[in-house]
Design a protein around this ligand. Structure first.
Ligand SMILES: [Zn+2]
Length: 438
């Protein structure tokens, strides 16, 4: 029997002491009183740490990490047309691999154990996707690869390499899922890009592919005001009402952002059991607005958190998104009680895991052994009497001492165990060297 012995364990919303986590290979077998560990148990004493579930990034675009800083401080149109689209044309397979290593390494160091990569640099195939999956596998992070459906004839200025026919997207998604079937660390899930890049028919096809695979389906929705206006102009109704009208509001749909929605649309989402990924950092960074998180939660909507792409936030930390979610709810509603730390923490752990269909987010028997250990001597966690608040509101990255995915330690004393960061730095420098300064 292998067991981990920390000082504290966060279980179901509070810290407990005197307990040990018993592992069964890649999973948690039980959480027991440390005094009950058998004499022959192989106990790994992690010392003065608080053990948490690993955090779950429910929305990101890893390649965009290479564009950090190039797209900052711009209006959305310039962010997209002057940086995102043209820079996306410059990435070959090696650069896509480098971007994924870069984002996933930063994520692991920030305590992320599961990450979504919502990916659309297809070049009419899956070779680029395999570069992202290779990077995740080499670093050991758990990956939900959200393979995008981006219509060939979508009325946007997006590069051709994003685009495919819906039938090709469906076939390639199924092929990719088949290629990685049975891999405990990789899940392939369909992701129609958005209502400006995928027709209702494409979204219906992607939902069917998701149902066939038994996984969720991801869709950017109502991120910015312009997008809502475009949907109204093209379809004569608002984004959520359009999905409802077309029979696309389903329980396996996960909508990303979901900022520009009214009360009735929130009711429709709740009624359908549709999930939402809240991206407060990116929504603020790009000037989208503030999603109505407390109103979503009061309706029982399932919500997770996502930092989003590197150049739409410049951060990979879900702990940061917890803090942002709480602060922005308080600021918007002018109510310091609008969203507490415990709720914010749950969104970034159990909330995300639930949306993605991953057995994680809680230190519980049967779940993946995806864990984060915080150094209880780190000043940013003190006073320890109110630790559950500190880990959301006050914690600095120096407190993240260990990160484990599927029973394997991938970060130890704040350092990656599987790869030298110098290799990642060199790859990032090689890709970005020619770009000069924005
Ligand atoms: Zn996104």
């Amino acid at each position: 029997m292998d067991a981990i012995r920390p000082e504290l364990i966060y279980v179901d919303g509070h810290f407990e002491s005197g307990e040990a986590v018993v592992l069964d290979g890649r999973s948690v077998e039980s959480v027991i009183d440390a005094a009950d560990l058998s004499a022959g148990a192989n106990v790994d004493n992690w010392g003065r740490v608080a053990l948490l579930p690993g955090t779950v990034n429910a929305h990101g675009h890893a390649f965009q990490n290479l564009f950090k800083g190039f797209a900052d401080d711009r209006a959305f149109e310039s962010w997209r047309d002057d940086v995102l689209y043209p820079f996306s044309e410059r990435l070959d397979g090696d650069a896509i691999y480098a971007g994924a290593l870069f984002a996933f390494a930063e994520a692991l160091l920030a305590g992320v154990t599961t990450t979504v990569d919502f990916f659309y640099l297809h070049d009419e195939g899956n070779e680029n996707a395999e570069q992202v999956i290779r990077a995740a596998r080499e670093l050991g992070i758990r990956l939900v690869f959200a393979r995008t459906f981006y219509d060939r004839d979508a009325p946007t200025g997006a590069p051709a390499r994003f685009r495919e026919s819906p039938e090709d997207a469906a076939e390639r998604t199924l092929e990719l899922a088949k290629a990685h079937e049975g891999d405990p660390n990789v899940s392939v899930q369909p992701a129609p890009h958005s209502l400006h890049a995928a027709t209702p028919e494409t979204i219906a096809l992607a939902l069917d592919v998701a149902a066939r695979l038994g996984v969720p389906c991801h869709l950017h929705l109502a991120e910015a005001a312009y997008e809502r206006d475009q949907v109204v102009a093209r379809y004569g109704t608002t984004p959520v009402r359009l999905l409802e009208r077309e029979g696309l509001l389903r329980a396996n749909l996960v909508t990303i952002h979901t900022v520009w929605v009214d009360d009735e649309e929130l009711d429709m989402l709740a009624e359908a059991g549709t999930g939402v990924v809240h991206c407060p950092g990116a929504n603020a960074f790009l000037g989208d607005g503030v999603a109505r998180l407390p109103e979503m939660l009061s309706r029982g909507l399932r919500v997770g958190l996502g930092p989003d792409g590197g150049c739409a936030n410049s951060r990979q930390s879900v702990f940061d998104e917890m803090r942002m979610a709480s602060l922005m709810a308080k600021a918007r509603l002018r109510d310091g009680g609008a969203l507490d730390a415990r709720t914010a923490f749950a969104l970034g752990t159990t909330g995300g895991a639930d949306l993605l269909g991953v057995n994680a987010g809680n230190v519980r028997p049967g779940n993946r052994a995806d864990l984060v250990a915080l150094d209880l001597d780190d000043l940013s966690l003190h006073p320890l009497a109110t630790l559950e608040h500190q880990m959301v509101n006050s914690m600095q990255p120096t407190a993240i001492e260990r990160v484990m995915v599927g029973g394997e330690t991938l970060v130890e004393r704040g350092r990656l165990t599987r790869m030298d960061p110098a290799e990642i730095r060199a790859r990032v420098a090689e890709v970005t060297r020619k770009w000069g300064r924005p």
